[in-house]
Design a protein around this ligand. Structure first.
Ligand SMILES: NC(=O)c1ccc[n+]([C@@H]2O[C@H](COP(=O)([O-])OP(=O)(O)OC[C@H]3O[C@@H](n4cnc5c(N)ncnc54)[C@H](OP(=O)(O)O)[C@@H]3O)[C@@H](O)[C@H]2O)c1
Length: 351
């Protein structure tokens, strides 16, 4: 029997997608096809395709031959300035993917949908914690509801199943992504050091002592692959967190120590504003320390970081459903941050 599975990772260059590919690449029973607009270098059992999923014709032309796909892992994302504007493009990309693949992939077994705590309204303000998969939806617009409803409807009567994966803020290696908190902290800390400043917490004072959760991108990749292949997870959603909680008041001084800096108390600084004139400073730092030639834009997710640091309310879910269904991995969040910073250093992204 052929046990080889073929993963279509949609959003292959994202902080979630690229770490999922790294995980699947290490498993002998997966071949991988990655989709993004920028594409990538195909190697071994991993193939990259450059496609604009907002363009129905492009999607059809580039994906219509992928008959061998057995699992779709959907983790693409289009950013827009308002919650309402996010709906149309993010639904269209999912629809164009399914409409291109499902009719040709005769052995399609599973569609995994990457979601998040937006499903619980975590981005809107104080919400019920710990958030659980059974919590009721709220008044839309919310693109994640539209995506899930579309998938649930399309799955009716089909041989494939779906799963919804709901991580907290994700930590992992990636470049050129609008939502990468660990990278933003690493760049902010490296600049603070260069300028002889302590590492000041740039968020709202009220966010410094609230409970927060993160999800390591490697752990998330394992959980995503598990939910896509364990029959018990068919048509279920799962919160996936590291398994611990933290407060910035405790984590921030540890991060400061990693960068050999003193921690300074909160001051609400808009990183979006203060970083607007820092491209030259980064160029100097990169030259001085022989860093890899990445553009400052590729290292910038200031808007997202401002958003995370503004959460002056608890932000965490209950991941026990995944454990009840059989996923028992965990990652210590402090270790996760330090490992990611080490990785950025190894790759010469930061000094
Ligand atoms: N990052 C987090 O902390 C986090 C936390 C919880 C939930 N989530 C959710 O997880 C999902 C993925 O997030 P992410 O942070 O991994 O996103 P991301 O880093 O912005 O990655 C998005 C991916 O989608 C691709 N893409 C965007 N537009 C495309 C298009 N028109 N055609 C083809 N590919 C396209 C991008 O590549 P190109 O730009 O090359 O096209 C990239 O590979 C989102 O729904 C997000 O809300 C993220």
């Amino acid at each position: 029997m052929d046990t080889q599975k073929v993963a279509l990772v949609v959003g292959a260059q994202g902080v979630i997608g690229c770490n999922l590919i790294a995980h699947l690449r290490d498993q002998d029973d997966w071949n991988v096809v990655g989709l993004s607009r920028r594409g990538g270098e195909s190697a071994g059992r991993t193939q990259h395709i450059a496609v604009d999923l907002l363009d129905k014709e492009d999607a059809r032309a580039k994906l219509g031959g992928l008959r061998q796909v057995t699992h779709i892992f959907y983790a693409a994302y289009q950013h827009r300035p308002t919650w309402a504007e996010l709906v149309a493009p993010n639904l269209a990309m999912l629809v164009n993917t399914l409409e291109s693949i499902e009719p040709v992939a005769g052995n399609l077994q599973h569609v995994s949908l990457m979601q998040g705590y937006k499903v619980y309204g975590g981005h809107l303000g104080p919400f019920k914690t710990p958030a659980r998969e059974t919590d009721a939806h709220f008044m839309p617009p919310e693109f994640m509801f539209d995506q899930q409803t579309y998938l649930e409807n399309r799955q009716q009567g089909k041989p494939w199943s779906w799963s919804g994966i709901r991580p907290a803020v994700v930590g992992g290696f990636a470049l050129g992504n609008p939502m990468n908190l660990a990278l933003a902290i690493a760049v902010y800390a490296s600049m603070s050091k260069e300028l002889g400043l302590p590492l000041r917490f740039p968020g709202k004072p009220g966010s410094y002592d609230k409970l927060l959760e993160m999800t390591d991108a490697g752990l998330l990749a394992k959980a995503t692959a598990w939910a896509a292949t364990d029959p018990r997870c068919a048509n279920e959603a799962f919160n996936i967190g590291n398994g611990d909680l933290f407060r910035w008041s405790e984590m921030w001084p540890k991060i400061a120590r990693y960068f050999d800096l003193e921690a300074a108390p909160p001051l609400p600084l808009s990183l979006t504003s203060v970083m607007a004139d820092k491209a030259d400073l980064w160029k100097q730092i990169a030259g001085k320390h022989g860093l890899a030639p990445h553009s400052f834009t590729d290292l910038s997710s200031w808007e997202f970081s401002d958003f995370v640091f503004s959460w002056d309310y608890d932000m965490f879910g209950d991941s026990s459903k995944a454990r009840r269904f059989g996923f028992h991995e965990y990652v210590e969040t402090e270790r996760m941050f330090m490992d990611i910073f080490d990785d950025f250093r190894r790759r010469k992204v930061i000094p």
